[in-house]
Design a protein around this ligand. Structure first.
Ligand SMILES: NC(=O)c1ccc[n+]([C@@H]2O[C@H](COP(=O)([O-])OP(=O)(O)OC[C@H]3O[C@@H](n4cnc5c(N)ncnc54)[C@H](O)[C@@H]3O)[C@@H](O)[C@H]2O)c1
Ligand SMILES: [Zn+2]
Length: 367
């Protein structure tokens, strides 16, 4: 087992991120070590419950906890205030008070919802994250962003609320559909590009192993990606500056997702295309050299993802404008200066972003 410390400097709070194969069995022991409340509501989804619900409950019981399991329907459509409300109902009906806690067992959807419930129920009760998708293990489980969608847009309602601990067991990824694994790999590539050149070399050297879900390789990549995220989040918990580098590839990625009504791409797939656009823009700006641009394009072109469909320019423009970060007035764009280092710069035009869309639309998607 390896442990990372995420320190939220502004409030001098910190919590550990434990990473290791087979670690789920130690959940109770670790939660107990951190003084987690004995009564725990495990919030999961209907895909994950039959896979890991029992093992999670057993591990908690072994640490002296009394777990109760509740499942929500899987998928992004569950990320709503209606689901949150039904979870409050359940907590109240079961008599959960301030001396109780929540454990999120699932992907980013479960983590975001359960974290928001933990942040708001009785003005906040402690929670633990046990992420079960690669995306959640390398991205959403670290950093304390919780929340749900509103009919008007994604993640419009939420809170920053840090868990007591995060437990990451890469063996749980064995059951993940390959498409979900590959979408999560895109966020691993992002972490490498913005903060860990060695991770990028590891991805290049063992790409086939990563794509096929080799657990040893994934463990190393998860540790490194979490380290990048922890470092960034520790410097800027509330995304007033530096944390924005985590949005690398996301301006174009979000616009691609939205312009295709969230039906065509998984988030990571859209971000993979978005990163291809971002490295092209970085190269055009003279920030990134030919050699590194070539290496990154080669790697990202091998990441399985659907091709970009025909998107009318006006529709894409509209979605770019709707992006929260653009509406705020000053659009900071995240460029890459070299593998392992991102830079935030002000002032990118819509035309430049549209030219990047044109560029990536002309690239071949892998079969
Ligand atoms: N809080 C943050 O900082 C942050 C960051 C990035 C993304 N997110 C959010 O994360 C969400 C996406 O998360 P996701 O990609 O994990 O999606 P998800 O939670 O919907 O999981 C994807 C699918 O995999 C299934 N699944 C989960 N674990 C499994 C396993 N081990 N084996 C088999 N199937 C499994 C789920 O039931 C679901 O059907 C989005 O809502 C996004 O907004 C949050
Ligand atoms: Zn992302």
């Amino acid at each position: 087992m390896r442990a990372l410390e995420v320190r939220i400097s502004a409030e001098t709070r910190s919590y550990p991120v434990y990473i290791g194969r087979g670690l789920l069995g130690s959940l109770g022991k670790l939660a107990s070590r951190h003084g987690f409340p004995k009564r725990v509501m495990v919030i999961t989804d209907e895909h994950v419950a039959p896979l890991y619900g029992e093992a999670t409950a057993e591990a908690l019981k072994a640490g002296g906890f009394s777990p109760e399991l509740v499942s929500i329907p899987p998928g992004e459509s569950s990320k709503s205030l209606a689901t949150v409300s039904s979870l409050y109902d359940r907590l109240i009906a079961r008599g959960f008070d301030r001396g109780c806690g929540i454990c999120a067992l699932g992907g980013g959807v479960v983590g975001d919802i359960a974290g928001f419930v933990a942040a708001t129920y009785l003005r906040g009760i402690p929670w633990i994250q046990v992420p079960t998708t690669l995306l959640a293990q390398v991205d959403s489980s670290v950093g304390g962003k919780t929340g749900v969608n509103h009919p008007a847009g994604k993640n419009l309602i939420g809170a920053f609320y840090q868990p007591r601990l995060v437990l990451i067991d890469p063996d749980l990824l064995g059951s993940l559909p390959p498409r979900e694994l590959h979408a999560g790999l895109a966020e691993v590539v992002k972490a490498a590009l913005i903060g860990d050149a060695q991770l990028f070399s590891l991805l290049e050297a063992h790409w086939e192993g990563f794509v096929s879900g080799d657990p040893e390789l994934l463990e190393e990549a998860i540790l490194r990606a979490c380290r990048v995220k922890a470092e960034v989040v520790s410097r800027d918990e509330r995304e007033v500056g530096h944390r924005r580098i985590l949005n690398f590839g996301h301006t174009l990625g979000h616009a691609l997702e939205a312009a295709t009504e969230y039906r065509h791409f998984l988030h990571g797939e859209a971000v993979a295309w978005g990163m291809l656009g971002a490295i092209w823009l970085s190269w055009k700006r003279g920030l990134l050299n030919d050699g590194e641009r070539g290496r990154i394009e080669a790697l990202l072109s091998r990441l399985p993802k659907p091709p970009i469909p025909e998107i009318p320019t006006e529709r894409f423009r509209e979605h770019l404008r709707r992006d929260k970060k653009i509406v705020a007035g000053t659009l900071h764009y995240v460029y890459l200066s070299r593998i392992g280092e991102a830079v935030l710069e002000e002032g990118i035009s819509e035309e430049e972003l549209l030219s990047a869309l044109e560029r990536i639309s002309s690239l071949e998607a892998p079969s």
